[in-house]
Design a binder for this molecule. Structure first.
Ligand code: ADP
Length: 721
């Protein structure tokens, strides 16, 4: 109901637009001529329907349909500009190969209707039985499928003759000839209905599959009027759709308006035979063209010696002209239709899809051809020897651009050495788990180059490989640009890190001097009050130095300059010097700071003294930062297994179980309610842990909130006694 409402609305919207323009009808239409191949009959039903139902007019075209006959050759008529468009069979390609600038617009008949007819009592059942018999064929190549069948079945072409002009069925019935090339949709039906016993030999049965009627034009027409060609094609196909859905109506039209010789039953029979076995519009999209099949037809012509072996198909397909610029404008009359078209598309897109889907589901036929015609993907099918069996127009276009008219027959011709090896291996790999291979190939000619991604999928059942290719030139360029940007960004980041590191280093030198001088000042016999002030100054200097050290360490880590540097040193001496660093701070904070050297300690050990020192300073700094009262014990010992064990124990605020997991992360600082906020970078523990790991050790922690923490560094060292 909704659909009906929609259609009525659409019709109501469109009628006034049509009506407005009706005065200018005629003067805006293009006048063109279509030359038929034969006399008026159902074979051309689509064109009559397009004219009668106004499809041509809607496309802005005023079409005259010219009847054919025994002495009329559509190719010659169109070539000589007697008509712009014509209908003929596969011989169209033969003429193109011979150098005539003819262009295929649409394949209407997916198979050729041409068969050989013999009389029943002749005892002829197959092509072989025709050896030495009298067969007359057209000289112009329009019977080439019959010649190809005879040739492939071993019948010598010398054994039959050619004729010009017309041969009738009487010659066959009278025994003057043994076989006659006829249309399967016409003569056999006629003779059978007259009670004659006849039989047909169909080239299709012998693997010769030519196209039947095709719509064509000239290069001149398509170059000058590409839109007109497209409009004519679309309207003709619409006409065919109508004719095949309304066979009775169009049969009557042909009988009455076009005064066909055939009776109405014959026309109806012809109609259904054409629809079901030649056009097959339920399986194949009307007008569909498969360039691969045309290649095969071209090869047959060459094999039969009908055209030079060097002849090329280039320029034969209408889509090859698609990018040509043309000053052509659409007739103004088309504009309202375009408006309606856009409106219908917008409003009816979903509806159309819905109906279309239903039709397909109902018929349980999926038209692969539609998929094969997708312009953005290049599709091809290869066999296990790499032979390209089938491909779509997009692939053909790509090949044409980069390989010229020599269309590669084998995928090896398209790939370079390494990829050839990969695809060969892939072809012989019978492993369902590895049914996909992806290659990136590069094509280049004088004007352009392209990167193509080729995905090959195994179709094990059919022993075939399906290829899907797409242009990734843009994508690759984008990735490259992105890679460059990342490189630049990283370079900038590196520069910043280096800058911070060198700045921090520059600050550290005077800071160290300030710390030493403050130390000297404290020891120079100051009054208690002055000493107190100097000590506060020193603690601040110490904190600042700690931050600077962390920044330098972090920069080193970032730059990957944190390698372990081994040296031998006295751990006792080092522990004492670290301890001294914090004595002033302990006094200032009124904390009991103890150094606990757990004996026996070796005289010397071999390890990275700088890293160990830095870790100790970090851990002790933290203990002072997070402890307000009580004690801090700095213990140094060596286990029997040669592991240096240094711990820093405090009676500070502690760390909860939830927070403990986070303290070794970059910039991780724990906020605690009710405690004084301490300055810091959130880097000290990460750096300590990384240094410890680099030396093959670790920093661990045990802690209880409000009771205190113990941070322990364990590092394997080499002992020298
Ligand atoms: P920060 O510069 O913040 O001290 P660290 O990496 O050294 O960075 O420490 C990370 C966090 O671990 C600190 O913010 C603190 O919350 C917690 N922490 C470190 N040491 C102690 C400690 N001895 N007592 C309590 N909390 C500590």
């Amino acid at each position: 109901m909704k659909i009906l409402f929609f259609l009525i609305t659409l019709w109501l919207v469109s009628v006034p637009l049509y009506a407005d323009k009706s005065d200018s009808y005629g003067k805006d239409l293009y006048s063109i001529k279509l030359q038929l191949k034969w006399r008026h009959q159902f074979q051309f039903a689509g064109y009559y329907a397009a004219l009668e139902k106004g499809f041509y007019e809607q496309a802005g075209l005023d079409v005259s349909i010219i009847e054919g006959g025994p002495d009329i050759f559509p190719v010659a008529e169109v070539y000589n500009k007697e008509a712009q468009y014509g209908v003929c069979g596969s011989e169209l390609l033969l003429h193109r190969l011979r150098g005539y600038p003819l262009v295929l617009i649409a394949n209407i008949f997916q198979h050729s209707p041409l068969v050989l007819m013999v009389v029943d009592k002749s005892g002829i059942y197959s092509p072989i039985d025709l050896r030495g018999k009298k067969i007359l064929l057209h000289e112009d190549g329009s019977d080439a499928e019959i010649s190809a069948m005879l040739m492939s079945e071993g019948v010598d072409p010398q054994s039959y003759g050619y004729y010009d002009g017309s041969v009738d069925t009487d010659m066959l019935l009278e025994g003057k000839i043994d076989a006659l090339a006829v249309y399967i949709t016409n003569e056999p039906y006629l003779l059978k209905s007259m009670g004659m016993d006849i039989r047909v030999i169909n080239p299709l049965k012998y693997g010769i599959d030519f196209y039947g009627d095709c719509l064509f034009t000239t290069e001149e027409e398509i170059n000058n009027y590409p839109l007109r060609v497209r409009a004519f094609r679309q309207a003709s196909i619409k006409g065919w759709e109508y004719a095949l859905n309304n066979i009775d109506e169009i049969a009557l039209l042909i009988k009455e308006k076009y005064r066909s010789d055939a009776d109405i039953d014959m026309l109806r029979y012809e109609g259904s035979a054409i629809r079901d076995s030649l056009i097959m519009n339920k399986e194949v999209e009307l007008g569909h063209t498969n360039p691969g099949r045309w290649e095969e037809i071209g090869k047959t012509y060459r094999r039969l010696g009908m055209t030079a072996s060097s002849s090329r198909m280039e320029g034969f397909f209408a889509w090859e002209y698609e990018n040509n610029e043309s000053p052509e404008k659409l007739p103004s009359k088309l504009l309202p239709y375009m408006g309606i078209g856009i409106l219908s598309l917008l409003a009816g897109g979903t509806l159309f899809f819905h109906i279309k889907l239903k039709v397909y589901t109902k018929n349980k036929i999926h038209s692969l051809q539609n998929f094969f015609s997708l312009p953005s993907y290049m599709l091809l099918v290869i066999d296990y020897n790499g032979k390209i069996k089938n491909y779509n127009q997009s692939w053909a276009l790509l090949m044409k651009r980069y390989f010229g008219s020599e269309h590669p027959e084998n995928i090896r011709q398209v790939l370079t050495g390494e990829d050839v090896g990969k695809i060969e291996k892939f072809c012989h790999m019978n492993d369902p788990l590895q049914s996909l291979i992806s290659l990136e190939v590069f094509f280049k000619n004088a004007e352009s180059s392209v990167w193509i991604n080729l995905d090959f999928h195994q179709a094990f059942d059919e022993k075939l490989i399906y290829g899907i290719a797409r242009d990734i030139t843009e994508e690759k360029a984008r990735n490259e640009r992105m890679g460059e940007s990342v490189e630049i960004a990283m370079e900038n980041a590196r520069k910043k890190t280096d800058f911070i590191a060198s700045m921090s280093h520059e600050i550290r030198t005077p800071m160290n001097a300030m710390v030493s001088i403050t130390q000297m000042l404290i020891e120079s016999g100051l009054s208690i009050e002055q000493k107190d002030i100097a000590e506060i100054l020193m603690v601040s200097q110490h904190n600042l130095l700690q931050i600077i050290n962390e920044i330098i360490d972090f920069s080193k880590l970032e730059a990957g300059k944190d390698e372990v540097i081994l040296d031998s040193f006295s751990i006792k001496e080092q522990a004492k010097s670290i301890y001294q660093l914090f004595e002033v701070m302990a006094r200032q904070k009124k904390l009991d700071f103890k150094l606990n050297l757990i004996r026996p300690l070796p005289n010397f050990i071999i390890s990275d003294s700088q890293k160990i020192r830095q870790i100790c300073i970090n851990l002790i700094s933290n203990a002072f930062k997070y402890t307000e009262k009580g004690e801090i014990i700095f213990s140094v010992g060596l286990t029997e297994a040669g592991i240096l064990k240094i711990s820093v124990q405090d009676t500070g605020i502690g760390i909860s179980k939830d927070d403990i997991g986070r303290i070794f992360n970059f910039y991780s600082r724990i906020e605690r309610k009710g405690t004084v906020r301490q300055s810091g970078t959130g880097l000290g523990l990460v750096i300590s842990q990384k240094y410890a790991r680099a030396m093959g050790g670790a920093v661990t922690v045990e802690s209880q909130v409000s009771k205190g923490s113990v941070f322990t560094l364990t590092v394997p060292v080499h002992v020298i006694n």
